[in-house]
Design a protein around this ligand. Structure first.
Ligand SMILES: Cc1cc2nc3c(=O)[nH]c(=O)nc-3n(C[C@H](O)[C@H](O)[C@H](O)COP(=O)(O)OP(=O)(O)OC[C@H]3O[C@@H](n4cnc5c(N)ncnc54)[C@H](O)[C@@H]3O)c2cc1C
Length: 347
C-alpha cells in the first residue's frame, strides 16, 4: 500500500473527519447541484494530506472501492486489464501511479518502473501507450532529474514505437511542465511525447493557441486539481464552455493541417455530444481524434463510443500509490464517495 513519511493522525482526528466526509457525502448531490464546491475542496484537500492517506489506505474496504478505478498493484495486473479492452476495440494508456516524490531515489525508482512498463507493453503486444507525471520523476526536487528521467523513458519508448503522455498536474506546475515538454519535443526532437491541457485554467486558451501552431499531440481535460479563483474558473459552466472552445480550436482545419492530434478526455455526455456534432458539421473523420475515458468509469459509454465508430482510449492506472488518484475520482462524483463511505462503515 502507499507509503508516506508523515505521521499517523491521532485517533480522535479520524472519526471527526470521517463524520464530516459521511455527512458531506449524504448531502453530495445537493451540494453539487447547487454548484458549491466545498465537498470537492475537502476531498481534494484530503487527497494531499499524508495523515488521511495513512488512515484510508490501512482499511481493506478502501482498496475494494479503489480497485474499481485502479487496475491492480502490479504491471502484470495492468497488462491483464488491457487485454479485454483491446479485444473490445479500445486502446489504452497505462499509468504507473505516483506523484510528488520527496527523494531522488524514489524518482529514479519510478523511472525504472516505467521503463519496465514500456518493456512489458512491448513484450505482451497490447495496444497501449504510457502516461506519467513529472512530479513522479522528481520535478519538485530537481527539474534536471525529472528531465533526465523523462528523456530516458522517451528513448526507450521510441525504440518500441510507443508514445508517452505527460499528464498535467496542479496549476503551479503548468509552466514548467510545458517548458519541459517543449524542450524534449523541439529541443531534442522527440516526436513521441504529448501534453495535457486543463480547460478550467484561464491561461488555457492561450496555451491551446500556441500548441495548435506547434502541431502538438494534446489531451484536453477539464482539470482535476483544486485551483484558486485567480487562475481557474469557479463555475462548471465556464469550464465546459472553455472545454468546447478549445476542442474546436484543436480540431480546426488549421490545427489538423499542422499535425495536431486531439484526445478529448471526458465522461461528460454534453462534451462528448458537442464534439461529435462539431466533427460531423466539419466533416472531420473519426480517426482524426480520439475520446479518452478513465478505467472503470462509464463503461457503458466507452463501449457505445466504440460501437459508434470512434477511436477510444482508456487510461489504466496501476500501482500501490493509488490514494491521491482515488481521492480525485471521489471528488469528481459524490455517488462514488457515498459508495466508499458506506463500505468504510460496514467494515
Ligand atoms: C483519460 C483522462 C485523462 C486525464 N488526465 C488528466 C490530467 O492529466 N490532468 C488533470 O488535471 N486531469 C486529468 N483528467 C481528469 C479530468 O481533469 C477531470 O477531472 C475528470 O475527467 C472529470 O471531468 P469530466 O470531464 O469527466 O466531467 P465532469 O463535469 O466532472 O462530469 C460530467 C459527468 O461525467 C461523469 N463522471 C465524471 N467523473 C466521474 C467519476 N469519477 N465517476 C463516475 N462518473 C463520473 C458523471 O456522469 C458526471 O456527471 C483526466 C481524465 C481522463 C478521462
Amino acid at each position: 500500500m502507499a507509503k508516506t513519511s508523515e505521521s499517523t493522525p491521532s485517533r480522535l482526528r479520524f472519526p471527526s473527519t470521517a463524520v464530516t466526509v459521511a455527512a458531506a457525502a449524504g448531502a453530495g448531490y445537493l451540494v453539487y447541484r447547487n454548484g458549491e464546491s466545498w465537498l470537492r475542496s475537502l476531498l481534494l484537500y484530503l487527497s494531499r494530506a499524508g495523515w488521511a492517506r495513512q488512515v484510508v489506505t490501512k482499511f481493506p474496504p478502501a482498496w475494494a472501492v479503489a480497485s474499481r478505478f485502479v487496475a491492480g498493484e502490479s504491471v502484470d495486473e495492468a497488462i491483464h486489464a488491457v487485454h479485454p479492452l483491446n479485444s473490445k476495440g479500445m486502446l489504452a494508456t497505462i499509468d504507473y501511479l505516483g506523484e510528488s516524490v520527496t527523494r531522488a531515489m524514489e524518482a529514479r525508482a519510478a523511472c525504472d518502473q516505467i521503463l519496465y512498463l514500456v518493456e512489458r507493453i512491448h513484450a505482451s503486444g497490447v495496444d497501449a501507450n504510457v502516461s506519467l507525471k513529472l512530479s513522479q520523476l522528481g520535478l519538485k526536487l530537481d527539474e534536471n532529474l525529472a528531465i533526465d528521467n523523462l528523456r530516458t523513458i522517451l528513448q526507450q519508448a521510441q525504440r518500441h514505437g510507443l508514445r508517452v503522455r505527460v499528464d498535467m498536474e496542479e496549476g503551479a506546475l503548468v509552466d514548467t511542465t510545458l517548458d519541459i515538454y517543449r524542450r524534449l519535443r523541439f529541443g531534442e526532437g522527440f516526436t513521441n511525447v504529448g501534453v495535457v491541457i486543463q480547460s478550467c485554467l484561464y491561461r488555457s486558451d492561450e496555451d491551446v493557441r500556441r500548441l495548435v501552431e506547434e502541431g502538438a499531440w494534446v489531451r484536453l481535460v477539464k482539470g482535476a486539481y483544486q485551483e484558486s479563483h485567480t487562475v481557474a474558473y469557479a463555475a462548471k459552466a465556464d469550464t465546459d464552455a472553455a472545454f468546447m472552445r478549445q476542442t474546436e480550436a484543436l480540431l480546426s482545419e488549421t490545427a489538423r493541417a499542422r499535425g495536431v492530434y486531439l484526445a478529448v478526455a471526458t465522461h461528460d455526455d454534453a462534451m462528448i455530444g458537442a464534439t461529435q456534432r462539431f466533427a460531423r458539421l466539419h466533416n472531420i473523420p473519426p480517426d482524426a481524434y480520439e475520446f479518452q475515458l478513465l478505467y472503470g468509469i462509464r463503461r457503458d459509454r466507452q463501449e457505445q463510443l466504440v460501437a459508434q465508430g470512434h477511436r477510444v482510449r482508456i487510461y489504466v492506472p496501476y500501482g500501490t500509490a493509488w490514494y491521491p488518484y482515488f481521492m480525485r475520482r471521489l471528488a469528481e462524483r459524490p455517488a462514488n464517495l457515498w459508495f466508499f463511505v458506506s463500505n468504510f462503515f460496514r467494515a
